[in-house]
Design a protein around this ligand. Structure first.
Ligand code: FES
Length: 105
């Protein structure tokens, strides 16, 4: 069974992405595969903050301590900020809507 995610890109376009649970290690890899060729400077180690997203809508799991620290250093952090590389694309994020933040959005 395929699940769905809704992504608002940096250009403000909303895109729908289908995925199978555990097909990707994390949400960043899924987005890279579906939308971009390059995203996430530290390759998923929660250090760089370049895969910063804002969750829109209901789903919001609290970040782990290390992720929270990286987010706290970002000038554009939001109440529902997450790092896409730290989210597992499983059934819990089915229908999640989020937007990709620009560097200083
Ligand atoms: S890829 Fe660097 S924090 Fe996610």
């Amino acid at each position: 069974m395929d699940y769905k995610l809704y992504v608002v890109t940096q250009e403000g376009e909303e895109r729908e992405i289908s995925y199978k649970p555990y097909e990707y290690n994390n949400l960043m890899e899924l987005v890279v595969n579906e939308l971009w060729e390059d995203w996430g400077d530290c390759m998923g180690r929660a250090i760089c903050g370049t895969c910063h997203i804002e969750i829109l809508g209901a789903y919001h799991a609290e970040p782990e301590q290390f992720e929270e620290h990286t987010i706290s250093l970002l000038p554009n952090k939001k109440a529902k900020s997450r790092l896409a590389c730290q989210i597992t694309p499983d059934k819990r994020v089915n229908n999640m809507r989020f937007r990709i933040l620009k560097d200083f959005d």
